[in-house]
Design a protein around this ligand. Structure first.
Ligand code: SF4
Length: 255
């Protein structure tokens, strides 16, 4: 439910919050997903989460810096009915105990189709709460989206909501680059993805391309692509941003 981890994308100590200690719950079915199927009798409790978070922060070694408190865990955190109350509780505890830390929400974006979640994230991301939203956007075309994310949520609905959010509040895009069933993303996919990202300013502040670093239950359906492939995609995107914006979003690669 609450777990400290060294995060390569946070570049330091991250305190994870898992709203699904009992099962995987997600609106995507990514073939590269690292969450192995499981089921147990644990149940999420807001009170237990709050006391575990306080205990974890109090137990850190002197001088240890917490980069963020991060909602991720066994699925899509915004699917949980506890998501908004839990995020508010974490913001309170963050402000009290580790005010320099970010509150990060890692989401596949489908929660933005829920108006309560959309409003909460928008207000928290652009207000004094300094909530950081990291949104997954693995594809620029519906065809690749269906391969990478295998979701029933229509691609057009999802991207329309991300565009709406981009007009209102800041966020980072995370894109997994891997092969599926031995096939890399085709050239037209990269072009469509770039066009989509170019349309997400002013909200888009950063892009993280990441590779498949850990095993997944469906391996070898999803497989690693060379770091050079990711670097090429990043360089091409940086150039498109540079030509269009004076203050372009930062593009990073985590192979
Ligand atoms: S969105 Fe995340 S948790 Fe959900 S299936 Fe994909 S990788 Fe797994």
């Amino acid at each position: 439910m609450v777990y400290p981890v060294y995060s390569r994308r946070s570049r330091g100590l991250s305190i994870g919050i898992n709203l699904f200690p009992d099962r995987k719950a997600c609106s995507f079915d990514c073939p590269y997903c690292e969450v192995f199927p499981f089921k147990n009798d644990s149940a999420f409790s807001l009170e237990v989460m709050e006391s575990a978070l306080r205990r974890t922060l109090a137990g850190l070694a002197p001088g240890e810096t917490v980069r963020d408190i991060c909602f991720s865990g066994n699925g899509e955190p915004t699917l949980s009915l506890d998501f908004i109350p839990a995020a508010k509780a974490c913001l309170r505890i963050r402000d009290e105990l580790v005010p320099a830390a970010d509150l990060v929400v890692i989401s596949n974006g489908t929660g933005l189709l829920d108006s309560a979640v959309f409003d909460f994230l928008r207000n928290a991301a652009r207000g004094a709460s300094h909530l950081k939203l990291w949104l997954k956007l693995d594809a620029g075309t519906e065809a690749w989206y269906l391969r990478m994310d295998r979701s029933a949520v229509p691609f057009g609905d999802l991207t329309a909501k991300i565009r709406e959010f981009a007009a209102a509040a800041p966020f980072i895009i995370q894109t997994m680059i891997c092969a599926v069933d031995g096939k890399s993303p085709p050239p037209e996919e990269a072009a469509a993805w770039e066009a989509l990202l170019l349309d997400l300013l002013p909200g888009l502040t950063g892009v993280q391309l990441y590779g498949k670093a850990r095993p997944a239950p469906e391996d070898p359906l999803a497989s690693v692509l060379p770091a050079a492939f990711l670097e090429e995609r990043a360089a091409s995107l940086r150039e498109k941003f540079r030509l269009k914006f004076s203050n372009p979003p930062v593009v990073e690669v985590f192979p």
